[in-house]
Design a binder for this molecule. Structure first.
Ligand code: AMP
Ligand code: ZN
Length: 256
């Protein structure tokens, strides 16, 4: 009971602080985090539109779809499935997912796109970017990323922003939320997997350190708020940081 209240309270604080209302597209990966995210937003009585992207990853995508579907059935929703581009690496997958998630939410006229990114994910992402001096990626380390309608960019919300991996997993288990246990075969080699293990070890030794990291990392962004304005992709008209968006570049590379 304690944990349930804690988890829901953390989500509540994000929703209330940012006054989230209206239609929310919820990206279901089949994993525990987005499942918990969806479950709690529904529990709060918010208007949610669940969807899943089929990434065609052998030995993985099928289970993800089935678990997403099972959760939607349990909560009385239809699941929309969007066919993604067939991906063969982790970084490619990230580009494809981000693109399709935004496009889906935009086309459905949603006010927000909600993802299952949690505290552990965000800090792992931050360390990984730090290691490769990807400073611009420190934009977007907040629970809410405002939308820019003129760029067809939907606002993004991360309801699990203050929650660690194990808290999300425990919540999913208590509530008997169906989720895929497997790890993506493409991600097994990714450095982020190791970084995350290391961060969790550190957190066990120094409880609270992840939250402190998050506080510091999210300040980097404020310092460069004014820079890095997005463009519109010349090919598809969705947001891009260059003339042509990363997704369209991938697509044309695949054709050639
Ligand atoms: P990941 O990039 O796998 O860490 O996932 C981060 C978030 O993106 C998840 O919590 C989901 O909200 C969303 N997501 C990941 N994969 C999918 C997918 N195949 N379909 C829909 N949403 C996804
Ligand atoms: Zn494009």
């Amino acid at each position: 009971m304690e944990l349930e209240k804690y988890v829901e309270g953390r989500v509540r604080s994000v929703i209330d602080k940012h006054e989230i209302k209206g239609k929310i597209a919820v990206a279901l990966s089949g994993g525990k985090d987005s499942a918990v995210c969806f479950y709690i937003l529904d529990k709060f009585g918010l208007e949610v539109v669940p969807f899943h992207i089929n990434l065609g990853i052998e030995g993985y995508s099928k289970e993800c779809y089935e678990k997403s579907l099972a959760l939607c059935k349990k909560l009385g929703y239809e699941l929309e499935v969007v066919e993604g581009m067939k991906v063969n690496s982790c970084s490619m997958c990230g580009t494809v997912k981000r693109y399709i998630m935004n496009k889906f939410a935009y086309e459905r006229g949603c006010d927000y796109l909600a993802t299952g990114h949690n505290l552990s994910d965000l800090i792992t992402f931050a360390f990984n970017n730090l290691a490769s001096v990807n400073i611009l990626n420190f934009r977007g380390m907040k629970p809410l990323l405002e939308g820019k309608p003129e760029y067809k960019m939907v606002a993004k919300i991360r309801p699990l922003y203050y929650l660690k991996d194990e808290e999300c997993r425990a919540y999913a288990n208590i509530k008997r939320i169906p989720y895929a246990e497997g790890k993506c075969p493409l991600a097994r080699q990714a450095p982020t997997v190791k970084i995350k293990e290391w961060l969790h070890e550190l957190e066990r030794e120094k409880p609270g350190i992840l939250l402190n990291f998050l506080k510091s990392f999210s300040k980097i962004e404020d310092k460069m708020r004014k820079e890095g304005k997005p463009n519109i992709c010349k090919v598809c008209g969705y947001p891009a940081y260059h003339d042509v968006c990363k997704f369209c570049k991938l697509k044309s590379r695949k054709k050639n």
